[in-house]
Ligand binder design. Structure first.
Ligand SMILES: [Ca+2]
Length: 326
């Protein structure tokens, strides 16, 4: 593969287990320049999330990457953690009791850092949003030009119906449910059409337990493989007991694989989509207007199919130090 200029990437993350996978993949990819990790509340508390990314960056000797602290609750002041999926620390309980120095944490709030970096790398910056969209919403409110500066925006979030797979929409995806208002505004007001990696797509891209077993078996090979095992085991055990489960679903790594190698995206569809902002049942639900009921221009591009074999290969970056050649 011809090596183009490195992708300038900011990862906006609610550091849970699949965020760990996605961030590790990005850090391991030589065509990516990870400029910053901006943390948001979601899978776990903001303070846990900040600890978790420090643990990751320090273990992988990537202390060159700055960390920014963002919103500690949704725009409307709510929060909802997923400790049953990600452990009490958001990191598969791998960091409990560890003394982690927060030496990469910057003073600048995440939303301000997003605005600054977007302007600084105008037309170049790619943002991978793999948590609730609160920080992106705040960046947009701080600077209405924020999204105009971005080259691309990948969002792991939202629900969709994928006709090719005959799947039904599951309903409300976690990131959008955590901050429905932020998700709604990002889709409605941003000046860039985001690529949406929906929950349903990630379900289809679930990895088999045999495949994960083969990665766990390599835990004594390297620090990185050991880290993958210690952090991921909790999600593995959770997935196995989940009767609705489709296998080992690392949602954020599906989104990150699209960032790392766009050629693995096989099909997309542009559509106008809205997110239900409030309500006791459907807040966070993404409604895709496939039949043009609202008579609006498309505002999202939904990824409907990816090259699963390529994804599996890129996922190996969670344990391998070497680049997976394409
Ligand atoms: Ca996430």
């Amino acid at each position: 593969m011809a090596r183009n200029k490195k992708i300038k990437l900011v990862i906006d993350t609610d550091p849970g287990i699949d965020d760990f996978h996605a961030i590790t993949m990005a850090l391991s990819s030589p065509n990516i320049d990870v400029l910053a990790l901006t943390c948001v509340t979601g899978n776990t508390s903001l303070s846990n999330g900040v600890r978790n990314v420090h643990y990751l960056l320090q273990t992988l000797n990537r202390t060159d990457v700055p960390v920014y602290k963002g919103a500690e609750c949704s725009v409307t002041g709510k929060y909802k953690y997923a400790s049953h999926v990600h452990g009490d620390d958001g990191c598969g309980n791998a960091t409990i009791g560890l003394n982690i120095e927060l030496n990469l944490l910057q003073d600048e709030p995440a939303a301000m850092a997003l605005c600054r970096l977007a302007k600084q790398y105008h037309g170049e910056l790619v943002v991978a949003a793999i948590g609730p969209l609160t920080n992106l919403f705040l960046a947009h409110r701080l600077d209405p030009e924020f999204s105009k500066h971005l080259k691309e925006l990948y969002i792991m979030g939202g629900n969709s119906v994928l006709p090719n797979y005959q799947t039904l929409s599951i309903g409300i995806e976690f990131n959008f449910r955590c901050d429905p208002l932020a998700a709604s505004i990002v889709l409605e007001e941003f000046h860039i059409m985001p690529l949406i990696i929906s929950y349903e797509l990630t379900c289809i891209c679930s990895l088999s337990y045999d495949y994960i077993d083969s990665l766990f078996a390599r835990k004594n090979e390297s620090k990185k493989a050991k880290l993958f095992h210690s952090v991921s085991e909790f999600l593995y055990d959770f997935s196995k007991t989940d009767e609705q489960g489709s296998g080992f679903n690392s949602c954020d790594s599906v989104a990150m694989a699209c960032v790392l190698d766009k050629s693995m995206i096989l099909e997309t569809r542009k559509v106008y989509a809205v997110v239900e902002q409030f309500g006791s049942c459907a807040a966070g639900h993404m409604i895709s207007d496939w039949h043009n009921h609202f008579k609006r221009q498309p505002n999202v591009e939904i990824v409907e199919n990816i090259d699963f074999e390529k994804f599996k290969k890129l996922f190996l970056l969670c344990v391998d130090d070497n680049l997976v050649e394409n």
